[in-house]
Design a protein around this ligand. Structure first.
Ligand code: HGY
Ligand code: MN
Ligand code: MN
Length: 416
């Protein structure tokens, strides 16, 4: 039985907009954004809403030690390895209504369409909401999927703190106790395949008039935190020649990094997204600066070579201060097993949708599932490619088309 016709555009959109109210805000330009940090009260409210929808469908719910949340539709062979889909529910602080959450809602919509079509696939299908994909509250991102896949030990980030000084371990403990009523499951798993639906977060699908992105892989990402340490002094009395000005040396370091990261082909991505200054007053010389580095490239040789050069380039640029450089995140470029992209391509074509193969510039939890099982992603276009901003937008019809491809692909994989 075809399942795509059972996908309900209005139901999916209504659920997305209900989710957008949880942590929702309106920015100065009138755009509706979402600020839903991982392991926050807003995150728990959103998860409870999702669980209420899943329970109405008879899906079983479980949570693992990293608070990854799983919604399971049993198959005719409960012992078969499940097909896994999903994404993340946490957002950037100044985030949009679609990044991450659509992949979770689309997974639920796809499962509901499969149920309503009368189809009972052989394999169980599980929808996962990964914990902390964004890394906005606790850096780095993808903690839930990194721990689930064994890429990093589960206690790797226990001492990481958010801006209020709350540790990851304490926030996770508080969260799990708030969800103590939910069944537990061990960390890890061996799905038959994983397929994640996500908005593109880039302009290509819209520019090329395509409905579906058949994602072939994800570029590599490396995150660093740099602490420049100097000495605070009076701004009016201290000669420049005697200063250990952390702001001036941080600027020298960032300028030197811009030279290291110069790429005339504009493939390389280098971002200093956060700079904090202490004591942060206009008439005191800065004693400390902390800035972040987000460096990405599809070619692992470039990712390793230029990433490994970062500490040395920073040290060489300093004139009076010292600096510590800590790597927080290191995700290798990943190529998806051809099987899942081929399934996405088949169903996009069968549904008469315009599709193109493309890599992902954004990182995703799928990157860490690649070593565990055949993995893939499908993209739908978002307006002007904007994401990580309240003006992020995707059309209801485009999201429904993506959910139709997802539903057919999951049913197909679940019968293999
Ligand atoms: O930063 C990223 O690539 C993802 O959107 N969190
Ligand atoms: Mn995302
Ligand atoms: Mn994101």
């Amino acid at each position: 039985m075809p399942v795509a016709p059972a996908v309900n555009e209005t139901r999916q959109w209504t659920r997305l907009m209900a989710m957008a109210e949880i942590g929702g805000f309106t920015d100065a330009a009138g755009h509706k954004g979402v600020n839903r940090p991982c392991l926050s009260a807003e995150d728990r409210r959103a998860r409870r809403l999702l669980i209420s929808w899943a329970s109405e469908l008879g899906l079983s719910v479980s949570v693992d030690p990293l608070a990854n949340l799983f919604l399971r539709l049993e198959g005719t062979d409960p012992s078969a390895a499940p097909v896994l889909t999903g994404s993340h529910m946490d957002t950037q602080p100044n985030g949009g209504r679609f990044d991450g959450i659509w992949g979770v809602i689309a997974g639920l919509e796809a499962v509901q369409a499969i149920l309503e079509s009368g189809e009972r696939p052989k394999r169980p299908i599980e929808v996962v909401a990964w914990t902390n994909e964004e890394g906005g509250r606790f850096a780095p991102g993808c903690m839930g999927s990194m721990a689930w896949s064994g890429f990093k030990p589960a206690d790797t980030w226990d001492a990481v703190t958010d801006k209020d000084g709350i540790t990851w371990a304490d926030a996770l403990r508080e969260h799990l106790s708030a969800e103590a009523d939910l069944p537990r499951r061990p960390l890890g798993g061996k799905p038959f395949a994983y397929l994640e639906a996500h908005i593109e977060q880039g302009p290509r699908l819209e520019a090329e008039g395509k409905d579906i992105g058949i994602v072939t892989g994800i570029q590599g990402s490396r995150w660093f935190t740099v602490e420049v340490s100097g000495r605070t002094d009076h701004a009016g009395t201290t000669p420049l020649s005697l200063r250990k000005d952390a702001v001036q040396d941080a600027l020298r370091a960032i300028s030197a990094l811009n030279t290291l990261m110069h790429d005339p082909t504009d493939v390389l991505r280098f971002t200093v997204g956060s700079i904090k200054v202490w004591p942060d007053t206009s008439n005191s010389v800065a004693e400390r600066v902390r800035f972040t580095i987000d460096f990405r490239h599809p070619d692992n040789a470039v990712l390793q070579a230029r990433g490994d050069a970062i500490p040395g380039v920073i040290q060489a640029a300093l004139t009076a201060c010292t600096a510590s450089v800590t790597e927080r995140f290191h995700a290798l470029p990943s190529e998806f097993d051809p099987m899942v992209p081929a399934v996405v391509e088949h169903w996009a074509s069968a549904l008469g949708l315009r599709a193109m193969r493309m890599p992902s510039g954004a990182f995703h939890d799928a990157q860490f599932v690649v070593p565990v099982c055949p993995t893939g992603m499908l993209f739908v276009p978002c307006r002007a490619g904007v994401s990580h901003h309240p003006s992020e937008y995707a059309e209801p019809a485009a999201l429904a088309a993506g959910a139709r491809v997802l539903a057919e692909a999951l049913a197909d994989l679940a019968n293999r």
